[in-house]
Design a protein. Structure first.
Length: 114
């Protein structure tokens, strides 16, 4: 059943060769840098959010799982919601000072932006 997963083969031209084996491209995720080597910027963002403010943590280099874990830790410590995707963590509300202090406490090089 695993060899017949058609979703992975979308866009592939049919082959009449009976010995043809489809090869998938494997992209490796960037490995997560240690917290001491991360250079994070904590800013506030008000654009395209209906007038609401969000604290934006950008500059994270690593896997999506590590980004999600760091985002969850920050959201729990601040007691608010948010998201972590595309290398950025969004925390609802203006928590620039608190998030910067929390990241420094965790060992990250964080600086406060605007």
């Amino acid at each position: 059943m695993a060899d017949n997963d058609w979703k992975k083969r979308l866009g592939v031209v049919y082959s009449t060769d009976p010995g043809y084996k489809y090869e998938e491209e494997h992209t490796e995720e960037a490995r997560t840098l240690p917290p001491q080597e991360q250079k994070l910027t904590v800013t506030i963002d008000r654009r395209n959010r209906g007038g609401k403010q969000v604290t934006l943590v950008s500059g994270f280099i690593g896997t999506d799982a590590d980004l999600a874990a760091l985002g969850k830790a920050l959201k729990v410590k601040c007691g608010v919601g948010g998201s972590a995707k595309n290398g950025e963590i969004t925390v609802q509300g203006d928590f620039r000072d608190k998030v910067t202090a929390l990241l420094a406490e965790m060992g990250y090089k964080a600086r406060r932006g605007n």
